[in-house]
Design a binder for this molecule. Sequence first.
Ligand code: 0A1
Ligand code: ZN
Length: 848
Amino acid sequence: MDGTTYLSDYRPYPFTLDHVSLTFRLAPKATRVKAALSLAPREEGAPLHLDGEELKLISLAIDGQALKPADYLLTEAGLTIHPAALPEGAFTLETEVEIAPEDNTALEGLYMSKGMYCTQCEAEGFRKITFYPDRPDVMARFHVRIEGDQSVLLSNGNPVGHGPGWAEWDDPWPKPAYLFALVAGELVATHGTFTTMSGKTVDLNIWVRPGDEDRTAFALGALARAMKWDEEAYGREYDLSLFNLVAVDDFNMGAMENKGLNIFNSKLVLASPETATDLDYERIEGVIGHEYFHNWTGDRITCRDWFQLCLKEGLTVFRDQSFTSDMRLGPVKRIEDVITLRGRQFREDAGPLSHPPRPDHYREINNFYTATVYEKGAEVVGMLKTLVGPEGYRKALDLYFERHDGQACTIEDWIKVFEDSSGRDLSQFKHWYTDAGTPRLKVTDNFKDGTYTLEFTQETRPTPGQPEKPARHIPIAVGLLSPNGDEVVPTTVLEMTGDRQSFTFTGLGAKPVPSILRGFSAPVVLERETSAEEQAFLLANDTDPFNRWEAGRNLARATLTAMTVGAEPDPAYVEALGALIGDESLSPAFRALILRLPGEDEIAQSLFTAGRTVDPDAIHRARHALMATLAERHETALAHLFDASAVPGPYKPDAASAGLRSLRLACLSLLSLRDDAARARALYASAGNMTESLGALGILVTVGKAETELAAFRKRWQGNPLVMDKWFVTQLSLCPPDEAPDLAARLAADPLFDWRNPNRFRSVLGGLSANHAGFHRKDGAGYRFYADWLIRLDPLNPQTAARMSTAFETWARYDKARQEKMRAELARIAAQPGLSRDLGEMTARLLG
Ligand code: 0A1
Ligand code: ZN
């Protein structure tokens, strides 16, 4: 395909770049950027190519001598200097360009957000700032001078001087350009310090716009906890004496790990009990951890090229998941992570966008910041840890840091570290990185004369461009329970390497009940013909919390899928759930998870995987009917639990309090089907925190009784855009499906819907697509609305438009009529004149 980049085409850059000196003279419409690059050729006679887009070239010189037009070629993609115009040996290239941050609506490169200057350079945004070898394997030391009249002027590394209207920064650590950052604005800091394990003091600053500073305390604490955790869990110490973190309101993604100057979407920094939910608090801590952990896994050791993205992202997600697991409740965190993995990555892997964690070609790299690279990438790291054990893992990581510090690495380097430190051959394991698709693991069992046999077969369906699927190396954690509920074989990791493989357990008195894939030890779909009684037994008795929850989930999924074609709710499930509601030995957070039914998209996904009809309306009705049955059957117990799980005292975001609130709201969502939403209305009226306000509001929306509360919420929070995002999402995602497309159109006309802001845009479009039956309304109104807005956003912000287009990735699941409507919208987008490369690549792949 035209404009495609291939992994196999990788060549090292033919020059070394030791040092960069940048001077910015800031102005909204005409910022001047001067750059001096100290370069030296690594091979004879190579032309010097520098990336550069949307730059107005003002001047160009080598060693102080201006270049003549015949010395270079300037194109839309960059600047190439002919070899004949280059001196022998080392030289300094000086450029000056002009850019217009105020006109930068793509939010990539240097742009403005509410009057403040900020940058986003990953993956290829630096080339919109200056001419440069914008590739991660070129690592240089940066010196930055900023001239501007803002009170705060920040860049990476250490401050080396400042005066009225200027500041200079020096970053001692060589880094690729994607980690460059600059911020200038009227900002205020919440300040703290952290003493590292070797006794060094680090200054910590959380920078926000004036007025937001009372919502920064949690972020500051989270940063200090992350720093401490990385020392304890990985032996990694921070390596500068200053760590700046800035919140911006206009940001395409969650946050960015720029060296010493992290830039965050403000929704992942700002939190107070009145404005943030428990989930927001958990995410803020997790993302602050994530970006901080990148300092070692991303910044000190970076990626050779963008195909290796999961080298930093998979590992760093794995690290942030472990951090949250240690800060909160480990088993609950694991269940949440698997719900996300299945909801996003399995869905991606089952459709036209399926790709390996390490892809081998792309048109637009920004389209590969995916659930597969991030979440599946993290699962692959988790499997490596399972295979070599916790000590083997630590040994491997120690070797990784020792061997590769300061380098730009590949997945091959990473695997080699595990091979060298463990002595194992991981060549088959590597398929997890290079092959797309979710393996399906079938299992049958047999018991004879005290010997129990588990037989597994694995199969991965073809994915785009990869028809052949060699067997994967799969760690399968298994435990066996005796019929009376005792564990007779504790967790054992079986290693499957063949297409079909058996494992035996001897000396058993009776046929055991197997608990397979404990802790979700591999990202596969487990297929096992099993009875509802056996799942209920595991739900009651399994010692592995993940599989205990999984048994409940299997029961719920099975009964829901049967109900979509007219079956009654399975009593085995309804009764088993009743037993758990009141089980005080289980944590409230865990019980809350068990009480929450699988979402409609998850049910659709499992029907599709099983080759069955996916009818969004039938799924919606089935889910509602099952909730009504549970509510009726367990009303008394739920009411009791609702009363008993009120959290006394002022709001605290800790895991235990959050677990109680989550359980209480799970009870409330069922009880509201019995009490005409009286309890929900009362809770909304009395709630002193956003978790309960929003939880109650969502329940009222679900039962169609939220009019007064929605109006009151809007009135109270209209001045706080981050809170208003919740208002948009909640009503759209939870309203009766028939109403969703029309409501979306109404909300898009609300003056508070500032569609150019990515958070706002996502709140309305994401809210609609989260309403499964609403988005898929038969008449196609949901699809049309959604496509209209992608078309509108694309010329301004292609990256966000392209990301949001994944709402269409599931078209193959649905009936012919819906398929045709979805594809027609994709074709309509694809046919837009001037469509961006981002959205163009997405629609082409989505259409297949
Ligand atoms: N590296 C960041 C996320 C990020 C990725 C791409 C971006 O623009 C295309 C922006 C941010 C992280 O993993 O947090
Ligand atoms: Zn990351």
